[in-house]
Design a protein around this ligand. Structure first.
Ligand SMILES: [Zn+2]
Length: 214
């Protein structure tokens, strides 16, 4: 297989490899930096996604806006994701560190915060587990809601029935709108965050116009 960006310490510096969408970019990351194991190949697309999975060394994915079309109120954007690797991209032992990268397309310099492997792993697992528990608890709340919501009660029991149903509605909503997103964000949590633009005068800006992390 052609392997121009093998992520090894040999080539040095910053390299980028562009694709149109995050999925393709992770696939590119997989194809280019996946290493010798057959593990990822066997497990297919899902494991490709998990390439952002946590290791001591890492690669950065930077989205660069290549097109924004507006038709009426709808704005469609097209992002190019570049994979940027460097031998210096190693997570700290503890806490956070910052890393620099250059957008291969527009040559702007950015920084990100990178968490230690331990910290990122703990966060990823916590979000995944708590999210999964919340999401699965939907299987408890929803049938209860259907059961209690469909009951007719006499006036004496009405207020407690309303309270019960109300609580179940809240629990169902939390499971659905907090649990599921939490689970998904835990699954792809990389511990790489806080993209900042380094301006020409050396100051750092939160406005990263046209750039984002995946
Ligand atoms: Zn760019």
């Amino acid at each position: 297989m052609l392997d121009p960006f093998d992520g090894s310490a040999g080539h040095g510096g910053l390299v980028g490899h562009g694709e149109d969408r995050p999925g393709a970019a992770s696939q590119a990351a997989f194809l280019s930096g996946g290493g010798p194991t057959g593990k990822f190949q066997r497990k297919g697309e899902q494991s490709v996604e998990k390439m952002s999975e946590l290791r001591q060394s890492y690669a950065l994915l930077l989205g660069c806006l290549i097109e924004a079309k507006s038709s009426g109120t709808l704005i469609t954007t097209k992002w190019q994701y570049n994979r940027i690797s460097s031998p210096t991209y190693v997570r700290p032992e503890n806490g956070d560190t910052s890393a620099k990268m250059e957008c291969p397309r527009c040559k702007q310099i950015f920084t990100v915060r990178v968490e230690s492997l331990k910290k990122a792993t703990v966060k990823s697992r916590t979000y995944t587990v708590v999210g999964a528990v919340l999401a699965v608890s939907l299987l408890v709340w929803l049938p209860m809601l259907v059961h209690f919501g469909g009951q007719t009660v006499d006036e004496d029991a009405a207020s407690s029935a309303i309270l019960t149903v109300g609580s179940l509605v809240v629990l169902t909503a939390v499971s659905l709108f907090v649990g599921l997103p939490l689970y998904l964000s835990g699954r792809k949590y990389s511990g790489i965050k806080k993209l900042r633009l380094v301006k020409s005068d050396g100051s750092v800006s939160m406005l990263t116009r046209g750039h984002k992390l995946p």
